[in-house]
Write a new protein. Structure first.
Length: 403
């Protein structure tokens, strides 16, 4: 009997059958084509700036039963004013400005890029504008911005606020101008919405109507990171500028350490308003410099005055950390000032540290690989600094470098 069973099994295999078990299932039926249509893949397209100018393609709409809108002129260009005439109690009725890519497409803003919009608060009370960005994978990220009465702000949705480095991962920050929700995929954005959080009574408490003016909705590309070049103030160098009330600048042969010329900065009259303080700015706006393996920023300063000067230096990084270092240069003296790793705070990025002894420092530690600002200045409004020195304050600077 055992022999017969073995022969029977062998016969089944020989004719192409498959022996699995006594309870083997019947052969699977052929697949039946689905009657549901397959969603077409959307084409990725670049994000074109939305400026509300005449002739521009309209890929936006304002929704909500309490919404009104009007195109206005602001600073010589068109912008859109959105009005919430009454506060909604249901999310579906919130006043929204919704921007979307052309039909059948998604926006690809590129890895590391930000989204930006210039928003003005025309009212007499502080407002909180929220911006929600969605992608084709059902991820949604909200960022919020508080704008003072009468103020204009560039709302910058950085990669951190967008969560674009980790699509689908929930992230929340409720400090300052924060964000919440799942990170979005920057290669397949489907919408960008502006609105007030009308249904949350604690937000803009007591306000039943509000407006904002929006313009220049665009992509901001990540800045190229450059090596930290030496600035010697030669005629062919363009990476510096001087701002202030009425500064006098001239290339001079005295105080030269590198090249043929140095820069002399003169402050004709000391200012009491910080916005009018004379500042020598080394890094052009929009650029990011990397110090590489260097651990310090140095500059050679000459003081030709009959009195000592205190020169301050602000170092700012891409994350808005700012560190101030100050140096005393005696009368008729030249000195190399060194903003070393301690003064830069590179070991404690973002941490506030203060030392007010000798040549000290104050502020948050900076990331030396992402320096976006380097400013030299006299603390003009502080009367206790260089007391009674009020006119024709000058210094000569050369050979600003990382080493």
């Amino acid at each position: 009997m055992k022999k017969f069973a073995i022969l029977t099994i062998a016969g089944v295999l020989a004719i192409g059958g498959t022996f699995t078990s006594i309870n083997a299932a019947a052969p699977a039926a052929k697949p039946v084509a689905s009657s549901q249509p397959v969603a077409a893949l959307k084409t990725a397209t670049a994000f074109s700036a939305i400026t509300f100018e005449d002739g521009e393609a309209v890929n936006w709409q304002v929704t909500g039963p309490n919404a009104t809108k009007e195109v206005v002129t602001q600073n010589g260009s068109k912008a859109l004013k959105v009005n919430m005439t009454a506060r909604a109690t249901e999310a579906a009725n919130i006043t929204r400005l919704v921007a979307t890519p052309p039909a059948g497409t998604v926006w690809n803003i590129g890895s590391g890029s930000s989204l930006s919009a210039t928003v003005t608060n025309p009212g007499s009370e502080l407002i909180q504008v929220r911006v929600t960005v969605k992608d084709d994978k059902k991820n949604s990220r909200m960022a919020y911005f508080s704008i003072a009465a009468g103020a204009t702000m560039d709302l910058l949705l950085t990669p951190e606020k967008l969560g674009s480095a980790t699509p689908g991962v929930v992230g929340n920050s409720w400090v300052g101008n924060g964000y919440s929700g799942k990170g979005i995929d920057p290669s397949c954005i489907t919408s960008m919405e502006f609105y007030f959080s009308e249904t949350e009574a604690v937000v803009m408490k007591g306000m039943t109507s509000a407006s904002y003016i929006v313009d220049n909705i665009k992509v901001v590309q990540p800045p190229a990171i450059l090596t930290f070049p030496t600035t010697s103030f030669e005629p062919n160098e363009t990476n510096w500028s001087v701002t202030g009330a009425a500064p006098i600048t001239e290339r001079v042969a005295s105080g030269v350490v590198d090249g043929a010329t140095a820069l002399k900065v003169t402050i004709p009259e000391r200012q009491t308003d910080w916005s009018k303080v004379t500042r020598l700015k080394i890094i052009p706006e929009g650029q990011t410099w990397d110090m590489g393996t260097a651990n310090a920023i140095t500059a050679n300063i000459t003081n030709e005055n009959d009195y000592f000067i205190q020169l301050r230096v602000n170092v700012i990084d891409a994350n808005k950390n700012s560190r101030m270092a100050y140096f005393t240069i005696p009368a008729k003296t030249s000195k190399e000032i060194i903003i070393d790793s301690v003064k830069l705070g590179t070991a404690n990025i973002g941490v506030v540290e203060n030392v007010w002894k000798g040549d000290g420092y104050s502020g948050k530690g900076v990331d030396k690989t992402k320096i976006t600002g380097l400013e030299f200045y006299i603390s003009e409004p502080e009367v206790a600094v260089m007391k009674d020195i009020t006119t024709n304050i000058s210094y000569i600077i050369d050979n600003v470098r990382a080493k």
